[in-house]
Design a protein around this ligand. Sequence first.
Ligand code: GLA
Length: 422
Amino acid sequence: MPDLFSVTALTMKGKEIMKRFFLFCGIALCGMALSNSALAQKFDGLALTPPMGWNSWNKFGCDVDERMIREIAEAMVASGMRDAGYRYLVIDDCWEGKRDSLGFIHPDPQRFPSGMKALGDFIHSQGLKFGIHSCAGDKTCAGREGARGHEYQDAIAYASWGIDYLKYDWCSTEGLNAVGAYTTMRNALRAAGRPIVFSLCEWGDNKPWEWAKDVGHLWRTTGDITNCFDCEVNHGTWSSWGVMKIVEMRKGIRAFAGPDHWNDPDMLEVGNGMAPGEDRAHFSLWCLMAAPLIAGNDVRAMDKGTAEILFNREVIAIDQDSLGFQGYRHSADDSLEVWVKPLVKDNWAVCFLNRSAKNRSLDFDWTKNTIADEFSDRKIDPEGKQYALRDLWGKRNLGTTRRPLRAEVASHDVLLLMLTKR
Ligand code: GLA
């Protein structure tokens, strides 16, 4: 008689099912108890600088499967992307399949036949971290299984698959309270016991910057980005937004961001079809804003120009500065803007952005343009101190703040400078 039908095997199988059931009940009960106690808190210290990684949505939408994800992981390593700091590989919407009779979620069996644990093991073997998407509602934005009512169970599944990062969406949530829904998932993740970066994605509708510091590590501030410099793409009931539209969307929220709790203006569109100058401007502004740097291009087919933007370590260092101050627009003269960010050691990043359709010439006298930031209590004081200037895209030194800066800034492009105190 085959072993499967022997009494011992049946008993073993029964025991295994009982074990899983009691484990689930135990963790769920423990989770409920924890959620009411002071222990229910986010995992601290997982995002002391803005998270960096890659996400499938901007380029591939619903078209995700395990073969493509494995290829992306390999390309992230081979291209040098991982070593430039991009650690999280996040599968966005559409990985989800059905729930089983106990309510546990499983991946789409056609697209992910080997299962999420095997995929996670592979991603980890590449020195990367594994991220996934879900939704606070019954359904995700693409109509797959959402987590509503299954939060503790889903958190257990994520922990067992080795998930390191959860992006948690906000579709199909009519009547739900955002603070409650996101706090429930935070508590569920905590109860499951695996440290997971928690990325809130409710588009800024409920002002998460005011309440999410203790709930998650980053929160979306706006609707979805799209791959254009300044357009709006109308989808009927909602719109997606070009880079400059996103930049204009939320004002006065920089004081809410800092280490372990970031404003997230959405993922990067670098390499997805904008002009090189526009990609540079987009990337520079995201670094100035201390935004999470989650690339969204096809890493397997990345051209040299895209790699030069995404992997520019001097620019990435602005984003990853350990003080974690979000930069801001210092001035706007017609369509020539000056963006600044205070950095460690009294250094600054200064970015001249040309939003117009024509090239603009720049004549910037540091002694006549005092740059002072009340929030960080810092000031560029060229009378008292000298700063060395370095053009981070041109990779050349440009003298000091002693002399006015004269330069040409191309249309839809930036001149990005690092100011190092001497
Ligand atoms: C929302 C999010 C996007 C993406 C899609 C997936 O629109 O804002 O970033 O996750 O859902 O359906």
